[in-house]
Design a protein around this ligand. Structure first.
Ligand code: SF4
Ligand code: SF4
Length: 295
């Protein structure tokens, strides 16, 4: 195996230009997300989607055709407290937190763990790749991913489609090329390279920001704490939840024991309720029979 490769995304220098989104669409030949598809005979050009009304974010989320998504978080002050409410007119000190979201190519990838057909594989670069021709459209990976990365599209598998997400530009990497999104990023917010080297760069950047007084700068997914490490890790300027990233995502197997105990407890409670009501019905019938005899 080659050394693990991936992304270090420094959100402190993201300018929200969406060049990464465009480059990803272009390289991977991803369709535009339309409200209405064009007619095959050209009689109707289709319709573009309505604006989301959420700052400059008109993509909304990752999807089957948006393998990158630039989040715009409007942070301001309201009565001296941090506020993330974009519609409040009385806010002060407005600033944008921008972040280009993507598949995290987790070291312990829940999607890969649950895939029943082996369609999701780990490549020689330690990235996570979905083999389209092996996917049976079961959606287990969608449920397992704690970041909401995977979506289904296409007409395969009796209309269920197949699972889609970022490939880390596996086709480009196999030819020694940088992934299209990182190549297009004009500020080096998305940096691509060997993970060890990226971690050193990220540590140095956090120190630089802290020295400048920006002590809120922190890394997310750069060490093994989150799913064994994320091969697409981040430098954030606020809490992970502000960027819709879970602080402590779990592997599905870690939730099996608590949910099993909960199911066993529920089943026992139902059995006790059933027994009590059965016994009450019998007692009522017995009392009724006794009354009949006395009459
Ligand atoms: S972020 Fe989600 S889709 Fe990507 S490797 Fe991790 S679990 Fe799989
Ligand atoms: S690595 Fe390639 S497939 Fe993944 S987001 Fe970037 S351009 Fe898209």
């Amino acid at each position: 195996m080659s050394q693990p490769m991936g992304f270090y995304t420094d959100t402190s220098v993201c300018i929200g230009c969406k060049a990464c989104q465009v480059a990803c669409h272009q390289w991977n030949d991803l369709e535009a997300e339309l409200a209405e598809q064009p007619a095959a005979d050209g009689s109707n050009p289709g319709a573009t989607r309505a604006l989301t009304g959420m700052s400059y974010d008109n993509t909304g989320s990752l999807s089957a055709v948006n393998w990158r998504h630039v989040r715009f978080i409007e942070k301001s002050e309201l009565n001296g407290q941090a506020s993330y409410e974009p519609t409040d007119a009385s806010r002060d000190n407005l600033q944008w937190l921008m972040m280009s979201d993507v598949c995290k190519h987790c070291v312990n990838a829940p999607c890969l763990d649950v895939c029943p057909t082996g369609a999701i594989m780990r490549t020689e670069f330690d990235s996570v790749y979905i083999q389209q021709q092996v996917c049976n459209g079961c959606r287990d990976c969608m449920a397992a991913c704690p970041f909401g990365v995977i979506h289904m599209s296409g007409s395969e598998n009796e209309g269920k489609g197949t699972a889609k997400k970022c490939t880390l530009c596996y086709d480009r990497m196999q030819h020694g090329l940088t992934p299209a999104c990182a190549q297009a990023c004009p500020t080096a917010s998305i940096q691509f390279g060997p993970i060890e080297e990226l971690r050193q760069r990220a540590d140095a950047r956090v120190k630089q920001l802290h020295d400048q007084g920006l002590t809120q700068a922190r890394l997310y997914g750069a060490d093994e704490q989150i799913l064994g490490g994320l091969n697409a890790f981040y430098l954030l300027m606020d809490e992970p939840e502000v960027y819709s990233l879970p602080s402590n995502p779990k592997l599905p197997s870690r939730t099996v024991l608590p949910s099993s105990l909960w199911s066993i407890g529920s089943a026992l409670a139902m059995a006790v309720i059933g027994l009590v009501s059965f016994r009450k019905r019998r007692m009522d019938r017995f009392a009724e029979e006794r009354r009949e005899e006395v009459r």
